[in-house]
Design a protein around this ligand. Sequence first.
Ligand SMILES: N[C@@H](CCC(=O)N[C@@H](CS)C(=O)NCC(=O)O)C(=O)O
Length: 242
Amino acid sequence: MKTIHAKSKWFFMASLIAFLPLFSMEKPVIWGVKVSPYVRKVMVAMELKGISYDLHETLPSKLLSILNQEIPTEFAQASPLGKIPAYQEGNFSLADSSVIIAYLEKTHPQHALFPKNPKQYAKALWLEKYADTFLSETIHNKIFVESVVKPHVLKMQSNQELIQQAIDKELPVIFNYLEQTLKDNGDKFLVGNRMTLADIAIGVHFVSLKMSGITVNKKVWPVLAEYVDRILEQPAFKKVLA
Ligand SMILES: N[C@@H](CCC(=O)N[C@@H](CS)C(=O)NCC(=O)O)C(=O)O
């Protein structure tokens, strides 16, 4: 009886030593602010994968310089272009939301964000690119920056003409394409039958639209409107938006 007790004590001690590095391991750091769709993209991916992290708030280097604020050294090292987000894990760091998520997919394969099927994989990559370039130009640069960042954060006048043109001419093209993409894939997700990188990359821009007071007209784009409501209600999105 005594030996069993002694053995289990040693087993407990050995397990504690083996798992100690896990407890003392520092959480990875995300540099950036939530108003950036690219920062939100990484945060939602990390929530979905169950990776805990610390958000170290910083504006991009360019803005910090304009505002005469210091650029944190570790952020400057992690993000050579001074853009947000940047990722830091001890003395290992990365920049660019797509690169960060690709890395996390390798280190944390749980809840795969990249589909295995080659065609779906390529489709997800395309939709991520479409979101990071085309949607970003219309929704982030023209609508969100002009109607939220400039007047409320930078206390600058916004360009109403630019906003209106983006809403009237550019958004309908994007909404038509996404409505059709969803219909072609059976309405629920953009690619396959579960949430992937594509839904995250596209979804974060609808957060910016919501913050700019713009919703999808249910009568014109019923599938997209339902999709956006459902995706933004996903726990990973809600946690990031809280
Ligand atoms: N391709 C980059 C884009 C990141 C990006 O452009 N972030 C914006 C904030 S939303 C930024 O830092 N802009 C400052 C700059 O362009 O200098 C990514 O996916 O992370």
